[in-house]
Design a binder for this molecule. Sequence first.
Ligand code: AMP
Ligand code: TRP
Length: 350
Amino acid sequence: MPDALETLTATAPETTRPIARLTRKRVFSGIQPSGSFHLGNYLGAIRNWVDQQGDYDNVFCIVDLHALTLPTTRETLRSNIIGLANTLLAAGLDPAQSIIFIQSDVQEHAELSWLLSSTTQFGELRRMTQFKDKAAGSEEVSAALFIYPVLMAADILLYDTDLVPVGEDQKQHLELTRDVATRFNARYGETFVLPEPDIKPAGARIMSLEDPLKKMSKSDANPNAAIALTDTPDVIRRKIRRAVTDSGTEIVATPDKPALTNLLTIYSLLSGESIPDLEERYAGKGYGAFKSDLADVVVEAVAPIQTRLAELNADPEIAREILAEGAERARVRAAAKMAQVRDRMGLGLG
Ligand code: AMP
Ligand code: TRP
């Protein structure tokens, strides 16, 4: 972008940025402050957000309202929010290039969610596989867990989002978002942009180290299933050493070897070497050497993030300020969209 254009874009008020709108696609993504952040979150989502942030007009959201869908406490939620904010910054999200904010700081998310629940079908929500999975593992199933995808649709649609970078598990929610937006537009007139999912083929589904048929997940009861971004080098080495492998001895990424495919994927994404190159390098070598090298690669990749995280954790004011400023910028956009939505729907007296 030429300098003059960049200055113009940077100084125009949020609501009147026609040039930014024309030149750069809008990206929105969200992540829940619900426990430790693992390698799947990093490779499936955050790393892509960081890598692409220079190319788009980005909004990234810490979705604390979504975290209320499963039982939590005040203290846990607070500490997860600040922990996640620091992790996102440590991983490379840059407030100069992206709006970073907390969902509940912008009340329009909750408001739009209610309005969109009127253009969402009960049957659509009942089909959501994430709801079925989470409800199955929970003693108390809240109504919030059921309408969770409507709040997610509101997050995305509030910002005229073009692209939503997420992991594979969110694809169904994105389809629902498009269906709800299409229905709303048909009923009330063109209001919402239809967002596209941005799912990278590699890394979109990093699997558990204990069961390669299950995705690596924050909520896994087995602590060895996931590598947390905050794990020490010793813990990382131990988890990789005990990670399950497939029968046989070959180190190849084939459909009948889901465990090795997963380990090779992690290795390739973090080292930048292609999977065929890695297969060739480890041909005829044992799992021991492969796992030990993989552990080195993971330890090396997370080390700089951990260093920055420690600095940010020592000074929580840094994140607090960035999030306050992010909320202010997000609010301007959200308020403009909501005014349009209320008017379209005939709410109030106009
Ligand atoms: P969550 O941990 O469910 O809040 O997810 C945060 C982001 O990480 C979303 O974009 C997910 O799609 C992505 N994600 C979560 N688990 C994985 C995984 N095992 N592999 C790849 N991406 C993931
Ligand atoms: N449901 C997403 C997850 O569990 C988090 C999320 C909430 C989200 N709102 C969003 C992701 C909007 C993308 C866009 O990972």
